[in-house]
Ligand binder design. Structure first.
Ligand code: ATP
Length: 134
């Protein structure tokens, strides 16, 4: 049995990551889950949050804006709406997005606007959390 996992993260725009790793921890809609080598086949919906993976001793962090994770034959494929590795996150942009979302939340006139602003706020906060931890 292989003792590594091949992790691939793709979005509609680009391939964000393609790497051999030791463990993946993903933000599942039903809760965070970890994948080690030899994991059974598995499909999960992801929420906005943080995906972590370890290569050797170093834990790496990726912002995931929701999507799906497929685990099959020691490969984890993440199909994300959007995703950025910690180093690629523009913190100033994320802070501006948070301020915009907070204003929209306060000014929202219906449930639809409120829910959209709430989702934008979640994306901004996830990006800020990951970028600020670096
Ligand atoms: P914004 O309002 O700043 O565009 P958003 O949450 O609406 O934020 P998304 O729709 O999730 O943005 O993403 C659109 C594209 O912009 C994606 O390619 C995503 O990776 C990228 N992106 C969004 N915010 C950032 C950021 N702070 N740093 C780096 N890339 C970002």
């Amino acid at each position: 049995m292989a003792d590594k996992i091949f992790l691939e993260i793709v979005t509609p725009e680009k391939k964000v990551l393609s790497e051999t790793v030791d463990i993946v921890v993903a933000p599942g809609e039903m809760g965070e889950f970890g994948v080690l080598p030899g994991h059974i086949p598995f499909l999960a919906k992801l929420k906005v949050g943080e995906l972590k993976y370890r290569v050797g001793g170093a834990m790496q962090h990726v912002a995931i804006m929701g999507g799906y994770a497929e685990v099959l034959n020691n490969q984890v494929t993440i199909l994300a709406t959007a995703a950025e590795a910690a180093v690629d996150i523009d913190l100033i942009r994320a802070k501006a997005a948070r301020e915009r979302a907070e204003r929209r939340l306060a000014d929202s006139r219906d449930k639809f606007e409120f829910v959209r602003a709430q989702a934008a706020l979640q994306r901004a906060l996830a990006r800020m959390r990951i970028a600020e931890r670096q």
